[in-house]
Design a protein around this ligand. Structure first.
Ligand SMILES: [Ca+2]
Ligand SMILES: [Ca+2]
Length: 67
């Protein structure tokens, strides 16, 4: 994924546009994508990208996750 694609995806998930993806935005994103499994587990896995443990994914962390 290129940086431009990553930014586009990030902006789509970051619904309120504050530059950070929180748990609710992650859950909504997976729901929109039609994820059928356990949403809680999916969000938990995604939060492993939260390197500084502030419970939100910033763009740097997101890039590590999608690359
Ligand atoms: Ca946000
Ligand atoms: Ca973080």
């Amino acid at each position: 994924m290129t940086e431009t694609e990553a930014k586009e995806l990030f902006d789509r998930i970051d619904a309120d546009g504050d530059g950070q993806i929180n748990i609710v935005e992650l859950a909504n994103h997976f729901k929109r994508e039609g994820y059928q499994g356990k949403l809680r587990d999916k969000v938990k896995t995604a939060l492993e990208a939260d390197a500084n443990h502030d419970r939100v994914i910033d763009f740097n962390e997101f890039q590590q996750m999608v690359k």
